[in-house]
Design a protein. Structure first.
Length: 482
């Protein structure tokens, strides 16, 4: 006679002692641990964020209106996990990793814990490939590598999100999975980004994780961890990921609100004392894996707000110290009409220059010095100082550089086009042209080059310095164009 084996599920039951906005105090969970998953009777999930001898403190993830004092709470013997799978690509999910776009259901491949340690140093590899954004001033002055973590810093409405979205659009047909994590943004702004990605056919390789302004502070706190967990799933499969946190300033606000509700002592600007650790242990999970680990990478674009261009603010200065570079967007440049309004003097990339296209790097050295000199001379002209003829020539050349660097939104430029534009500048071909002629040259020359010398495009894609034959071919195209 066969005996049927019975499986037992061990669980703890607690009782809601107090509700304080999205925080629940629960008694009767003696074996709870931080990060443990809880289930409330109204279907909402909970996340243990602390405990003492008498009670456990939990974030309520979901609707807290149906929870009452005395309700029973079920504690699972596992940490908080989210479902993950290839089917998430092209979809919109919430902070719990669940679909929220109203589309068809998908099949998940596995579940992964949201909170985990970053890969150790022995499992990481050196960056070896560029991540091209299609933004000229970024690719030539602040180059970014796959596996790098870059801070996009600036005041509100200065164009930080536009740079990140342009970076997503430029990854088309480049085998890069893009994850856009929206934290505390309005539904209308998220809808615009979704429609733009759809219009540019970029949604097929993009995942949007939404924890908008209407979401609870618990979901806004959890959102970047969920996005990173999804990114790690693809990175561990050997794929390259571009992960955008938009933005960690609002994430810090959400964590500050949670900490005050959890009755933790406030520190500087009422932020809790562990706010630096919260962001650093999140961003340490991004990087480049070694060849033995699959060679995948997560490139992080971290967006943060400044107040009146104060880069020394608490959250911005914390993030600057833990990342591999920064791109600073200036409101004054934006108001002057220079878009993208990136301040070249305040922006830096600590590791991206090593993998920059050799032709671009060859042109960028002289170009960077000339552009920095031009910005200094502009300050003298505001003082109405008498300038020498040499200074006037330098100012005119700086104006030409500025015109070439200007770029409308959602209009990425290939590296090959950037090379030929700045090569023409380096040769002095543009020095005597008017602004109108420079704009025509910028808009039409690369198309002319593709028609007249299509084989030259393949040569420009090769990661080699500019050879005499290549220079002669570009010179011939310039003569024919003019």
């Amino acid at each position: 006679m066969q005996t049927r084996e019975q499986t037992f599920r061990i669980k703890e039951l607690g009782r809601v002692k107090e509700i304080k906005k999205c925080i629940a105090k629960i008694e009767g969970l003696p074996s709870c641990m931080n990060g443990q998953l809880l289930h409330f009777p109204n279907g909402s999930k909970g996340l243990v964020m602390g405990f003492n001898y008498d009670e456990a403190l939990s974030i309520i993830l979901g609707y807290e209106g149906g929870i009452r004092m005395g309700d029973s709470v079920e504690a699972e013997n596992k940490t908080f996990e989210i479902p993950i799978g290839e089917g998430l690509v092209g979809r919109v999910v919430n902070a719990l990793g669940l679909l929220c776009d109203g589309g068809s259901k998908i099949r998940y491949d596995a579940s992964r814990p949201v909170f985990k340690e970053a890969p150790p140093a022995m499992e990481r590899g050196a960056v070896s490939e560029p991540l091209e954004t299609g933004i000229k001033i970024v690719d030539i002055f602040v180059p970014i590598a796959k596996g790098q973590r870059v801070l996009l810093l600036g005041d509100r409405m200065s164009g930080k999100t536009s740079i990140a979205v342009d970076g997503i659009i430029n990854q088309k047909n480049k085998n890069v999975i893009c994850i856009y994590c929206s934290i505390g943004k309005s539904h209308s702004s998220l809808l615009k980004i979704t429609q733009l990605l759809n219009k540019k056919n970029a949604f097929g390789y993009t995942i949007i994780l939404a924890a908008g302004a209407s979401a609870s502070c618990g979901e806004q706190y959890l959102a970047p961890y969920t996005a990173t967990t999804i990114g790690e799933y693809f990175m561990n499969k050997g794929k390259d990921v571009l992960l955008i946190y938009d933005d960690l300033t609002k994430h810090a606000w959400a964590y500050r609100q949670l900490s005050l509700l959890l009755e933790r002592p406030p520190g500087r600007e009422a932020y809790p004392g562990d706010i630096y650790y919260v962001h650093s242990q999140l961003l340490e999970r991004c990087g480049k894996l070694s060849h033995a680990g699959g060679g995948g990478s997560i490139t992080a674009f971290v967006i943060a707000d400044t107040l009146q261009e104060d880069i020394a603010g608490y959250i911005p200065s914390n993030l600057v110290s833990m990342l591999d570079g920064q791109i600073f967007l200036s409101t004054s440049l934006f108001s002057e009409g220079f878009k993208p309004a990136i301040d070249f003097g305040m922006s830096v990339s600590t590791i991206g220059g090593k993998i920059q296209h050799p032709m671009l790097r060859q042109l960028a050295v002289k170009l960077g010095v000339e552009y920095a000199e031009y910005r200094k001379l502009l300050k003298l002209t505001k003082l109405k100082a008498v300038l020498s003829q040499e200074a006037e020539v330098n100012i005119r050349r700086g104006e030409i550089i500025t015109e070439l660097l200007k770029q409308p939104r959602v209009n990425p430029v290939s590296v090959e086009e950037q090379i030929v534009l700045f090569y023409a500048l380096d040769r002095g071909v543009l020095n005597k042209l008017s602004d109108t002629e420079i704009i025509k040259f910028k808009n039409n020359f690369f198309d002319f080059l593709k028609k007249t010398k299509p084989t030259l495009i393949g040569t420009l894609k090769e990661r080699q310095p500019i050879k005499k034959e290549t220079a002669a071919a570009i010179d011939e195209c310039l003569k024919r164009f003019f």
